[in-house]
Every structure is written in C-alpha cells, then in structure tokens.
Design a protein around this ligand. Structure first.
Ligand SMILES: [Zn+2]
Length: 172
C-alpha cells in the first residue's frame, strides 16, 4: 500500500490543537488561542484545515496503530459487537502487542486476532521546544501553566522554561 495514502500530515499548530480538541471537542477557539499563545484567526484556520484533512474531533479518534479483534463473553471496548451466537467481538486498540495483552488481562478471551489498522494514521510534523527552539525528537514534555500549554524537549529545558516564566511574572 502506498504510504502517502494512509497518512494525514499535520503541522505543528494543527497537532497541538488536535491534542486539545481530543480531550474536549467543544473547546472554544478563543481558549485554544490562549492556551497555545497564538491568534484566534490562526486557530480557526488550523481547525478548518484539520476538517479538510478529514479529521473528526471526537475522543474516540483513532491514533493507535494496532487493533485486537477479540472474541469474549463481554464487551471490552466502546467498539463492540454481539454475534448471533451470543459472543462479543470487541475492537481494542493499542500501540504495541504488550500494551494490548496488558489491557486484556483478567478477561475471559476466546479468540484474538491482532492486526495493523489500515485507516489513515496521524503523522505529526516536527514539534519544536518552547524553550530552546530545538526540534523535539522523542515524546515532548508537556507543561501546563495557568491557561497556557508549553512543549519542551527535555527536563533541562522544562526547568529553564519554568524559571523563565517565573522571572517574567516577577518582572511584569
Ligand atoms: Zn529544548
């Protein structure tokens, strides 16, 4: 399968906005603008762009790559079907087989199929550290302060950022 067709590429701003909308799809644009320290117009444009890319803002948004199709005697996720024979087939999503197995502990599993999700996957473009400006290579350290959300690349930058904010508040 062509890699291009099953990826949705997001800009840094679009990615950050999506993280907020995933938690609460009804967050007003004005609030997002405040949280990310950008203008309302930028937020509105990015949301429009996300919609054009086919992104739906719901908590159930599919971001995990691995899908377990599990037959058991109970519902294991919100995506659950009851078969004619009375079994339940649930779709359980995870990032890895280990994570999937862990979520199935303590359940009476009759059958399991593990597959890769072939729907469109979110691919974020580079995130940049709000302190040093460097590209964030691994998982960002997200810092919420008041109404604002900051992204940093490492513990040192997080500490630096905290100091900088404290300094700015003191000298206002
Ligand atoms: Zn940094």
């Amino acid at each position: 399968m062509n890699k291009e067709t099953n990826e949705i590429r997001l800009s840094e701003i679009e990615y950050k906005i999506l993280q907020i909308l995933k938690t609460d799809a009804r967050t007003p644009a004005s609030q997002i603008a405040k949280q990310l320290g950008i203008s309302r117009v930028t937020v509105s444009r990015a949301i429009e762009s996300l919609k054009n890319k086919g992104i739906k803002f719901s908590v159930n948004f599919v971001e995990k790559d691995l899908v377990g199709i599990i037959t058991s005697d109970s519902c294991l996720s919100e995506e659950c079907f009851k078969t004619i024979t009375g079994d339940y087939v649930s779709l359980v999503r995870a990032d890895s087989v280990e994570e999937l197995e862990k979520s199935l502990e303590n359940h009476n599993i009759k059958n399991i199929i593990i597959a890769h999700h072939l729907g469109k996957r979110i691919v974020k473009s580079a995130l940049y550290c709000d302190y040093c400006g460097g590209k964030i290579e691994s998982e960002p350290i997200i810092y919420k302060r008041g109404k604002k959300i900051y992204y940093t690349c490492c513990k040192a930058c997080l500490d630096g950022l905290k100091r900088k904010i404290d300094f700015n508040i003191k000298n206002k």
